[in-house]
Ligand binder design. Structure first.
Ligand SMILES: Nc1ncnc2c1ncn2[C@@H]1O[C@H](COP(=O)(O)OP(=O)(O)O)[C@@H](O)[C@H]1O
Ligand SMILES: [Mg+2]
Length: 426
């Protein structure tokens, strides 16, 4: 067996180090306390940061960051086949040796339970402190933006929303290629003459994931997300709906980047009835006027969602306003399986998934989420009385399915297919 040795981290270790760290984290989907950019920035200025190598191959790395008398171990990563060989403990001992002359008296580490490094820390005399909660606030914005964003009720979305969307591969692929990537890689898009989208419509039956997709796009882009609620528009404004819409767009212009989401947009951009006193009329016109201004700026995206694309004002749908009109459809069998899996969690192993998939044919993702919870609840309640340790099984979930009214109807599916034929643009 070849043996390993320790040495200082060098700049050209960076790629391999990140690779090991990524592999290490595949089993753990919570984001690390110390993000990779931060850890590597510290490593490059002498951290201290040490690596373990076998020949020329990097197999482990540890980084610490000192502040006053305190240091944090911000990274312990080991290549898969080099775990449990004492490398972790050796890396930590080496970090300590380098920290000691700096007058460090306390060394801490924040890790997810069971993460790489846990065993090494325990073997090196570190004691786990129970009963603490890690609080964190991430500021993606300049200070001036943060205040404005709060005023607009906007929020930066948590990372990982995209990955949390199960199944729906077709929708994911379209939305990723047409929307996320051109906005995430504007220079590359520009080189290929691809104009990043400024405004898009998502349509489909209720509960298929339109709102979730909009949030997930914001999460992918790390853009602040502002939702505009048609029903709340009028409330604070003397000039009525149209004036309040105008005010909101005006305020949004003060944000550097923003994803603006308007759910159930048919409420403000429905077909104009032609009646002069029609309360929706003025606001439809107003929105039509505001979109070109919104489109003038980079780093802004408007996503409108609707259950009823056919009831939108045709002027609203005319090319030039929205770059894409994308269907978010009911989940097919593969998607339903992925969504069941997501919501069953550990229970998925003991369950006949294909039967659930079959029995939930007219279910939206939202229905599946609901039925999964219902099945788990029933099994839990049974266990409270029985205390037999029996997990939730297929029958529990089938009963929950039978007890859940599917959101999708033949009529809704027919309309959706017609809408695709008439309105899709992507
Ligand atoms: N692909 C998916 N995977 C897992 N859960 C989903 C998925 N799509 C939707 N959901 C869940 O279904 C519920 C309804 O989704 P939502 O995005 O509000 O649908 P819509 O906006 O189309 O009505 C949410 O709780 C969401 O978490
Ligand atoms: Mg919605």
């Amino acid at each position: 067996m070849p043996t390993w040795r320790l040495r200082d981290f060098r700049d050209d270790d960076l790629d391999r180090a990140i690779q090991i760290w990524d592999q290490d984290r595949q089993t753990d989907d919570s984001p690390p306390v110390f993000p990779v950019s931060e850890v590597m920035a510290v490593a490059r200025v002498g951290g201290p940061a040490v690596v373990a190598v076998v020949g020329d191959d990097l197999v482990g790395m540890a980084v610490a960051q000192a502040q006053g008398e305190r240091a944090w171990i911000t990274l312990v990563a080991l290549a898969g086949n080099w775990r449990s060989r004492g490398i972790g403990s050796a890396l930590i001992a080496e970090l300590e040796r380098r920290l000691r002359p700096q007058g460090i008296r306390r060394i801490g580490a924040l890790l997810a339970p069971g993460a790489t490094g846990t065993a090494a820390l325990e073997n090196s005399g570190y004691r786990a402190r129970d009963g603490l909660v890690f609080y964190e606030k991430v500021e993606h914005l300049g200070a001036s933006d943060a205040g404005l964003l709060a005023e607009l009720g906007g929020r930066v979305q948590p990372v990982g929303l995209w990955a949390a969307l199960a199944g729906m591969e077709r929708e994911k692929e379209t939305i990723e290629r047409r929307i996320v990537l051109p906005l995430a890689e504007p220079a590359l898009a520009d080189r290929y003459g691809v104009a990043p989208p400024k405004a898009v419509i998502l349509f489909g039956p209720p509960g298929t994931g339109k709102t979730s997709f909009a949030r997930a796009v914001a999460s992918r882009l790390e853009w602040p997300f502002v939702e505009l609620f048609p029903s709340r528009l009028a409330a604070g404004s003397a000039g009525g709906l149209a004036a309040s819409l105008r005010d909101t767009f005006h305020e949004l212009a003060g944000l550097e980047t923003v994803l603006l989401f308007i759910d159930e947009v048919e409420e403000i951009a429905g077909v104009r009835s032609g009646v002069a006193v029609d309360p929706g009329h003025g606001v439809t016109n107003e929105l039509l006027k505001l979109i070109p201004g919104f489109r003038d700026h980079d780093d802004r995206l408007l996503i409108c969602a609707t259950n009823s694309v056919r009831s939108l004002d045709p002027a609203f749908l005319r090319p030039g306003r929205f770059d894409y009109v994308i269907p978010v459809g009911p989940p097919d069998a593969a998607a339903r399986e992925a969504i069941w899996r997501r919501y069953l969690g550990r229970a998925a192993d003991g369950v006949g998934l294909h039967r659930l998939v079959e029995a939930s044919e007219m279910f939206t993702p939202a229905d599946i989420e609901f039925a999964a919870r219902k099945g788990a609840q029933a099994a839990f309640e049974r266990e409270i009385t029985d205390r037999q340790g029996t997990p939730a099984d297929t029958e529990d979930y089938l009963a929950a399915i039978a007890d859940t009214r599917p959101s999708l109807t033949e009529q809704a599916l027919t309309e959706f297919r017609e809408d695709i034929e008439h309105h899709i643009r992507m």
